[in-house]
Structure formats: C-alpha cells, structure tokens
Design a protein around this ligand. Structure first.
Ligand code: B12
Length: 226
C-alpha cells in the first residue's frame, strides 16, 4: 500500500473514503507532529459534508453515514485530549445543549460540548431528540448563560422555533439565556424565523461566542470601583 505523507488533505480524503483504521493512523501521526486539534476537527466537519453530498447523490447509502459517524467519533476521542486552552475562561459559564426533537444527530453537539468542557464551562447536555418542554424545564432549573440548540435536518426547524419561543416566553427576563443554533441546514433566514440570537458553524466559532458572552456578563457584574 502507498505510504502517504501525513497531511490534513490526506486525512480529508481518507474520511471521505470511509477508511477507518487509516483515519486513526493518520490522526495519530498528525497529532504527533503537533497539528492543531481544531484544524483536524474542521477537516472532519468538511469531509462529513462531502459524505452527506455523496449520500444525497446516491453514491453512498445510510451505511456510509453510519460509518462516517463512527469514524468521526473515533477521531474526536483521539483529538480532545490534545486541546489546549489558551487562558482561563471568563467565569464558569453554564451552557445547556441538546439536539432538537425529531433529530438524532449528535456528533457536532458532542464535539462542541466536549470542547466547552475543556475550556472550563459547566455543560449540561440533554442528548438528542429533546422536546421543547424538556429544554424549558432545564433552562428554568439550571439557569444557563447560554443555550445551544443543534438541528441538522430541515425538518427540525419548527422544533427550533418552538423551543426558542417556549424558553423566551417562560424564563424570566433576568435569567434570559443567549440562544445559539447550529447544524448543517441552518442559514440566516432560519435564525431570523426561530428567534435565535446567533448561529455557530464550527467548534472554534462556538468557543469564541461563549467567551464573548461570558466576558460581557462578567464586565456587567464587576462594578468599576471594585
Ligand atoms: C453522520 C450523519 C448521520 C449519522 C449521525 C450519527 C450521529 N451520531 O450524529 C446517522 C447515520 C445516524 C444519520 C442519520 C440520518 N441522517 Co444524517 N447525516 C450525517 C452527516 C453525513 C454528517 C453530520 C455530522 O455529524 N457532521 C459533523 C459535525 C461535526 O458537524 P455539525 O453537526 O455541523 O457540527 C458542527 C457545528 O455545526 C457545531 N455544532 C453543531 N451542533 C452544535 C450544537 C451545539 C450545542 C454547539 C455548541 C455547536 C454545534 O459544531 C460542530 C463542529 O464543528 C450529514 C451531512 C452534513 N452535511 O452534515 C447528514 C445529514 C444531516 N443527514 C441527513 C439525513 C436525511 C439523515 C436521515 C433522515 C437518513 C435516513 N434516511 O434515515 C437520518 C436522520 C435520523 C434522525 N431522525 O435524526 C441529511 C439531512 C438533509 C435535510 N435537508 O434535512 C444530511 C444533511 C445528509 C444529506 N446531505 O442528505 N446521519
């Protein structure tokens, strides 16, 4: 078998070809060379989008999606211990996450949740196929600073809207969390319609948004003469 030089491009090809053991080997080599773990995660995300297209065009079947999910999980498990946080987080932010009703995709959510935990956030993950009422119940009890809703299918957009309006209507304004949404089919018009505050497209953006929100909250809590 040809021996390729380890590279992110080659990893992307291997993921798209669903070569699981080669993916593990390549990830190990890349990490050994000091490759930034978030770059590896971005490659995974892009390759999974390609795999999704192959599924759409009939080149891959559902088994391909399942294998892709499995490869992705293995890579995430290898990569996470290598993530270094650049500084102390802005306070210990509380973040509630979950995949909306009718949707069982969880790789992106898990990856984002694990990354935020690594950054020092208190993450409560409600899992997949979460009904709007469950999000509300947890939002009322856990009092998160941020709520992250994952939805990968167009059919999940109404669940996003329902979840957000239920939280907005029932959580008192002082405890109002910042709500962000994420997933393959999320575009600006979905954000507008659902009433979400932000869209995030990848782990780096998610961490950046949470840091920004916590920094703003903290600066309001600290009085100028303290
Ligand atoms: C892997 C996969 C699966 C796996 C999921 C395994 C798992 N444990 O998650 C399995 C095989 C189970 C699956 C099933 C199905 N799938 Co699927 N799947 C995919 C695929 C290829 C990749 C998704 C993925 O994991 N991406 C990688 C992650 C890292 O990216 P991400 O989710 O976008 O997350 C990133 C950011 O958005 C952000 N983020 C994401 N979520 C969150 C959440 C929070 C809280 C935060 C903070 C951040 C954050 O951080 C992440 C990292 O950067 C996509 C293709 C695509 N374009 O996405 C199709 C795709 C989503 N699936 C699709 C479909 C149709 C299905 C099925 C209906 C197929 C079927 N006939 O049964 C079922 C749905 C079952 C259900 N009810 O949910 C369609 C949806 C199309 C549409 N218009 O709605 C897609 C787009 C494929 C396609 N192009 O047709 N699928």
């Amino acid at each position: 078998m040809t021996n390729y030089k380890p590279s992110l491009e080659r990893l992307a090809q291997l993921i798209t070809l669903l070569k699981d053991s080669a993916c593990r080997r390549m990830t190990k080599q890349l990490l050994g060379m000091g490759t930034d773990p978030t770059q590896i995660m971005e490659v995974c995300q892009k390759s999974l989008i390609d795999i999704g297209r192959k599924y759409e065009t009939g080149e891959y079947f559902i088994a391909g999606l399942i294998m892709a999910g499995d490869i992705m999980k293995q890579i995430i498990d290898m990569v996470l211990p290598h993530v270094k946080t650049p500084h102390k987080p802005y306070g210990r932010g509380r973040i509630l996450i979950g995949t909306v009703a009718g949707d069982i995709h969880d790789l992106g959510k898990n990856m984002a949740g694990a990354m935020l935990t690594t950054y020092g956030y208190e993450v409560r993950d409600l899992g997949v196929d979460v009904r709007p009422e469950n999000f509300l119940e947890e939002a009322a009890g856990f009092k998160p600073h941020l709520v992250g809703l994952s939805s990968l299918m167009t059919s999940g957009h109404s669940a996003l809207t329902q979840t957000i309006s239920l939280i907005r209507q029932n959580v008192r304004p002082a405890d109002r969390p910042v709500i962000f949404i994420s997933g393959a089919m999320i575009i600006e018009s979905v954000k507008k319609r659902s009433g979400a505050d932000f869209i995030v497209n990848n782990v780096a953006e998610t961490v950046f948004l949470c840091e920004r929100v916590m920094m703003e909250i903290q600066s309001k809590e600290i009085k100028p003469d303290e």
